[in-house]
Write a protein that binds this ligand. Sequence first.
Ligand code: SAM
Length: 284
Amino acid sequence: MTDGDRRDGALVLVATPIGNLGDLSPRAVATMAAAALVCAEDSRRVAKLFAHAGIAKVPVVVTNEHTELSRIPTVLATLADGGDVVLVSDAGTPGVSDPGHRLVSAVLDAGYAVSIVPGPVAAVSALVISGLPSARFVVEGFLPRSGRVRARRLDELAAERRTTVLYEAPHRIVRTLEDLTAVCGPDRPVTIVRELTKRFEEVVRSTLGSIDVGEPRGEYVVVLGGAIDDAAPPDDETIREAVRFQLDAGAGTNDAASTVAKALGIPKRQAYSIALGTLRSDHD
Ligand code: SAM
């Protein structure tokens, strides 16, 4: 190979299982096996993963929240040499409540490519089975443990309209649910997802005031329903449904529009125009 053929390496973030080794993808294994260097949060955990996948002889450097910055020169040198560098965290997707962002940023700044072998993320997995709206959501990660920063973050969460996903440790889950209840009120919907993909996987869907997590054990994701904005104007679909109800009950267009306008607190002409549209589409 001549110098002209040589390509720079790329940093590849590889997602790993969040509990069930069956979720390790073939591409994750192939990418780790072909890497010149694997940056891993914990040497023992990655050794287990390698043993499971039959990977041997790939150099590993421990890259955790304390060492991430100091690994940057080694990573850049490996990339400059044409070797690919893999970043894995203890579980799930690196960079999601795990080290990764500072390394990604440094590699991009140095002009190298960053790519991903996607896979499990506890937050997204919990969200999509929670039963709570998933079209727009926020991944909050871990809340600050105490003090004013925690109180401020809790206040922000109380006002958040999108579904919020939180990570929590078993010994703090009860306190976090109590704090959320204090700021969001007891009626806010919440789903607690425990031990995803593992033997004791459990999903509890309830409200903050009624949820019972039992004896806290294992890993938890808290999925919190968004705040409902009572001041938001009703959308056309809501108005149409209300108008249809009145028309079906025998009201004329004018009366239906008056009743709906009063009930929903909207201008009568808006309800009237939707009522006319509803009648027109009935006759089409
Ligand atoms: N990078 C990971 C990801 O992609 O989901 C998250 C890492 S964060 C340090 C670890 C937290 O994720 C745990 O404390 C727990 O809240 C959540 N978590 C990880 N695995 C889980 C699982 N199998 N079931 C429920 N929660 C899990």
